[in-house]
Design a protein around this ligand. Structure first.
Ligand code: SF4
Length: 214
């Protein structure tokens, strides 16, 4: 797709407006806001997480605590440290507010209605970016783009996403870096994660982000 400067400017304006509107969203009674978004960057790579935690809504910054530390440690050897990643790649999520704690421990998984209500935000970002590479993080995020029965069937592979509007992107799914998860610390998860990161490192969209001037 060839994009003009005018097109880029209008998409940037639309993304800024989308994020400003997202900040005011209060439509889920059980969700704890405010809604979180990343830098409003029109990147060729888009990461999609699950939902923010308490620290993220306090700091208004996605992946700013322990899961983020693990996540950015995965990307640093691929050439992007955390500040550069945040500057150059849009970090989206299935839900943008904190779902609250699960009585059995950990964060509550957003329910079906919350996921459906919040879809407009990540889909809005997706349509404005039309990224060449999508990085869904965790099963809930992967499931928004692809059928996924088991993580080991999709992690370590490069797959395809076709948007309702007709454009296509490559998808390299990642496991969730939550401290509560052991999947990526044990085999086959450890090897599959390494394969996924190698695929990301070799992808032209990732290379273009690495080579982008600030
Ligand atoms: S979870 Fe999403 S849809 Fe629900 S209130 Fe937060 S931003 Fe709005």
């Amino acid at each position: 797709m060839v994009r003009t400067n005018t097109d880029t400017a209008s998409r940037q304006t639309a993304l800024n407006a989308l994020h400003a509107e997202l900040e005011t969203c209060r439509c889920c009674p059980k969700m704890i806001g405010p809604a979180v978004h990343s830098e409003s960057v029109l990147s060729p790579v888009m990461l999609i997480g699950q939902a923010p935690g308490t620290r993220e809504i306090a700091q208004l910054k996605p992946f700013c605590w322990t899961a983020g530390k693990t996540l950015f440690n995965w990307f640093a050897p691929l050439g992007l440290d955390e500040p550069t990643f945040r500057q150059r790649i849009l970090i989206s999520a299935v839900c943008r507010c904190f779902p609250g704690k699960n009585p059995k421990g950990g964060d509550r998984v957003p329910d079906r209605d919350e996921i459906a209500r919040c879809e407009r935000w990540w889909r809005g970002e997706l349509e404005l970016l039309q990224p060449r590479l999508l990085l869904p993080v965790g099963k809930l995020a992967i499931a928004q783009l692809l059928p996924v029965a088991r993580l080991d069937a999709v992690i370590g592979r490069q797959l395809s996403y076709r948007a309702p509007a007709g454009w296509e992107a490559d998808v390299i799914p990642l496991p969730h870096p939550s401290g509560a998860s052991t999947w990526f610390k044990m085999e086959p998860g450890r090897t599959l994660l390494a394969q996924a990161l190698a695929l990301i490192a070799a992808h032209p969209a990732w290379q273009s982000v690495l080579n982008a001037a600030d």
